[in-house]
Ligand binder design. Structure first.
Ligand SMILES: Cc1cc2nc3c(=O)[nH]c(=O)nc-3n(C[C@H](O)[C@H](O)[C@H](O)COP(=O)(O)OP(=O)(O)OC[C@H]3O[C@@H](n4cnc5c(N)ncnc54)[C@H](O)[C@@H]3O)c2cc1C
Length: 432
């Protein structure tokens, strides 16, 4: 707090998140970069950063994105759509190496290159030379090569913000260490979200943080003093125009692993790759790149933990839960009530159907009633689809309930969009 007020507390919850990691690069001062004061270089973290990327891109011919993870690729795709020549520099052998195995990474590499980006793998930036009246700005790589860089986007990962926790004397490993009730090493101090390390995991997505927040609220309010958090099975989805990629669960399992069954489909020339990992007939991990309809069905199978069909070819085609060729209305009807539609807020199809019966029949109504769509926004089209399917099959939200429908005079409370929705909207604006 800027005014140095002292606030008394009985229970303290740390949710200080993370900051962008700025790798050591000669000529780049991390503090200045994070303060947003280095011309032509942006650490990709906030909506303001996104605005600066978009502004700089209007006069940039060449952009270099440092980091080929989720955020780096999303930024690269947005810049390509704005007509900028983009080079992504990634130190590992394939992009998104935390979510993909080598084969999936090789197919993604091809897809990204096919969209027009240059991908420099196995290299990292060692220096940044700003523009002078005589020369353009450039990035120097570890092999001495240089890249023209009117704009540099730093997307090299994040570091949990733990300085306050360390100052308080809490146990800090990669982040603030917490137990299953989100308690830190000192009484009455808790930590959740990206600053917290639970069972060795530090979340990088909103869903685990919000699951933790729910458990902690139950514990602290006394609603359920014994509530515990056992972890979140996260699904990572790349939100980049023309790249349909989801990765979930354990994927780095060898095809001959005796404890798992591994199925793979590789179609590099069409940018398609699917890897399914099963244990005891349940889908416990998957990489789904460019497989369209199958992705939705397989994600549901992963979410619900239902047994996989015995015919593995049927499974590969995503016909485990829905008929792939069925029209959307049939798919929605066949989807089990337990299918998670909004992963950020863990909102199931049943919860949306219940909200609809309660009077919520538009996306903003459903958002208000269930919080679906208010996280990363990736489920908005699924919720839209469900709403229109419900309108056609279950046309009468309970007439006894006051309608949640909003009029132009009384607009719905805008669901708070998470960072990503704003960033993608801005970056992908203009995408073909
Ligand atoms: C560009 C981008 C796109 C993303 N896209 C997705 C996505 O599609 N899906 C997804 O699930 N996740 C996405 N994420 C990740 C997601 O944003 C984070 O996982 C989530 O925001 C973490 O929440 P948090 O509350 O732990 O931390 P934060 O959201 O970082 O919030 C921490 C807050 O604490 C404040 N703070 C820090 N120190 C103090 C202090 N001492 N006192 C008071 N306040 C303090 C900070 O200013 C900040 O406002 C994205 C992240 C980025 C950067």
């Amino acid at each position: 707090m800027e005014d140095a007020r002292v606030v008394a507390w009985d229970e303290l919850v740390l949710a200080t998140g993370s900051t962008s990691f700025v790798p050591p690069i000669e000529g780049l001062d991390a503090d200045h970069l994070l303060a947003g004061t280095v011309p032509g270089v942006v650490a990709f973290r906030t909506v303001d950063d996104c605005r600066r990327i978009v502004e700089t891109a209007t006069s940039a011919a060449h952009a270099v994105v440092l980091g080929g993870g989720l955020l780096g690729l999303e930024a690269a795709r947005g810049l390509l759509a704005r007509g900028v020549h983009v080079t992504v520099v990634h130190p590992q052998g394939h992009p998104m190496d935390r979510q993909l195995d080598a084969d999936g990474g090789a197919v993604l590499t091809r897809v990204v290159r096919g969209l027009g980006a240059r991908l420099v793998l196995g290299r990292f930036a060692v220096a940044h030379r700003p523009a002078t009246p005589e020369t353009s700005a450039e990035v120097v790589l570890d092999d001495g090569s240089t890249l023209a860089a009117d704009l540099v986007v730093v997307a090299a990962g994040v570091r949990p913000r733990t300085d306050l926790a360390a100052h308080l004397g809490l146990e800090v490993n990669r982040a603030v260490v917490v137990d299953d009730q989100l308690r830190t090493s000192l009484p009455h101090i808790h930590a959740i979200g990206e600053c917290a390390e639970h069972r060795g995991e530090v979340p990088g997505l909103v869903q685990p943080g919000w699951d933790q927040a729910r458990v902690l609220a139950d514990v602290l309010s006394g609603a359920d003093p014994h509530a515990t958090y056992a972890g979140t099975s996260v699904l990572t989805r790349l939100k980049a125009h023309d790249i349909d990629l989801a990765s979930m669960g354990c994927v780095d399992i060898d095809v001959h692993d005796p404890d798992h069954e591994v199925l793979a489909f590789t179609d590099p020339s069409r940018g398609r790759y699917a890897k399914l990992v099963l244990r005891a007939d349940r889908l416990v991990g998957a990489i789904l790149l460019g497989v369209g309809d199958a992705a939705g069905a397989l994600t549901q199978l992963y979410d619900t933990g239902a047994p996989a069909p015995r015919d593995r070819l049927v499974l590969m085609l995503g016909r485990a839960v829905t008929r792939a060729a069925a029209p959307e209305s049939v798919s929605l009807a066949e989807m089990p009530g337990s299918a998670v539609i909004c992963r950020c807020n863990t909102v199931t199809k049943s919860a949306i159907v219940a909200a609809h019966r309660d009077g919520a029949d538009t996306v903003p109504d459903v958002a208000e009633a269930t919080r679906a769509t208010t996280g990363c926004g990736g489920c908005t089209s699924a919720v839209e689809g469900l709403c229109s399917w419900l309108r056609s099959t279950d046309p009468s939200p309970d007439p006894a309930q006051p309608s949640r429908r909003t009029t132009p005079e009384t607009p719905a409370q805008t669901p708070v969009p998470a960072l990503n929705a704003a960033l993608n909207a801005a970056l992908n604006e203009g995408a073909a």
